[in-house]
Write a protein that binds this ligand. Structure first.
Ligand code: C2E
Ligand code: CA
Ligand code: CA
Ligand code: CA
Length: 279
């Protein structure tokens, strides 16, 4: 037993140990994040490529931990998924986005839609539909004011099971978008059968568009494919005027990224929209 103990200790290098501890601290703090009200949503606008008109805003989760400070979604979403905490957190995101949208509508803010990211685990959970329906009803929202973003891999992973679920969401009147498009493996057959409105070209293609001719070609191909299927195509991660101009000329319908605006708190978005209208 002693030898075994020494053996296993051998595997826990200080570095690995540190990572495991960080992960454990993240997890225990994430368990308390909801009740401690440490989560909030930031919003990033999405605009028409041709007119610049604001078509919606994507809700992006932010966690400011009292103990650990700000933690990025890239760090905590995978933990939320591993621990199943994504269920209550995801439900909170839907509720909060709906509440905020209702508040903006009451203020006559010119924002047609809020998009919410939904993880693969939420999609296969029966609670999603109820959560969505309840939030729409509670806040008296026309369903088209909410969109769900699902990653390509989440959808294609269990395409057959997902299909019925997507149609049930669509029946509520909520829009559906495929996120991070181009990074997974889409079956064109399913793509055609999914009741979706939008494809969001993954940021990696936009980022390398001018360095890597393949990425520019893929971007063009996705725009063509989307239009063939009668979908709107969104470019995300648009950072420069040159990228925006190229995408516009390529026929891309909608733009999102730092070039338009960074994700911002709800109050800041209201101000941003007001300034846009005045301009
Ligand atoms: P995503 O859904 O692809 O969201 C876009 C990410 O790109 C956001 O990162 C956004 O801040 C960032 N971004 C937007 N424009 C630009 C740009 O021009 N340049 C660069 N470099 N980045 C840009 P964020 O907020 O850190 O979120 C990362 C990911 O975490 C999201 O990727 C999404 O997959 C996930 N996530 C965020 N909020 C939620 C949520 O409420 N639920 C779930 N399930 N996942 C979420
Ligand atoms: Ca997204
Ligand atoms: Ca994305
Ligand atoms: Ca590349």
């Amino acid at each position: 037993a002693k030898a075994q103990g020494r053996d296993s200790a051998h595997f826990f290098t200080p570095e690995l140990n540190e990572r495991a501890q960080r992960r454990m601290r993240l997890e225990s703090n994430l368990r308390l994040a909801l009740e401690r009200q440490e989560l909030s949503l930031h919003y990033q606008p999405r605009v028409c490529a041709q007119t610049g008109h604001t078509l919606g805003a994507e809700a992006l989760l932010r966690w400011h931990s009292a103990e650990l400070g700000p933690v990025t979604p890239a760090q905590f979403i995978p933990i939320a998924e591993d621990t199943k905490l994504i269920a209550p957190i995801g439900a909170w995101v839907i509720e909060e986005a709906c509440r905020q949208m209702a508040e903006w509508r009451a203020q006559d803010l010119d924002l047609p839609q809020v998009s919410v990211n939904v993880s693969a685990l939420q999609l296969v959970d029966d609670g999603l539909l109820e959560t969505l329906q309840a939030a729409l009803a509670r806040h008296a929202l026309p369903p088209g004011t909410i969109e769900l973003e699902l990653t390509e891999s989440a959808l294609m992973d269990k395409a057959e099971q997902t299909l019925a679920r997507l149609h049930a969401i669509k029946a509520l009147g909520v829009d559906l978008a495929i996120d991070d498009f181009g990074t997974g493996y889409s079956s064109l057959n399913y793509l055609n059968r999914f009741p979706i409105e939008r494809l969001k070209i993954d940021r990696s293609f936009i980022r390398d568009m001018f360095e890597d001719p393949t990425d520019l070609a893929i971007t063009h191909a996705i725009i063509g494919l989307g239009h063939t299927l009668g979908l709107k195509v969104v470019a995300e991660g648009v950072e420069t005027e040159r990228e925006a101009q190229t995408l516009r000329l390529a026929g891309c319908d909608e733009l999102q990224g730092y070039w338009v605006a960074r994700p911002m708190a709800a109050e800041a978005l209201a101000g941003w929209l007001g300034l846009r209208r005045a301009a």
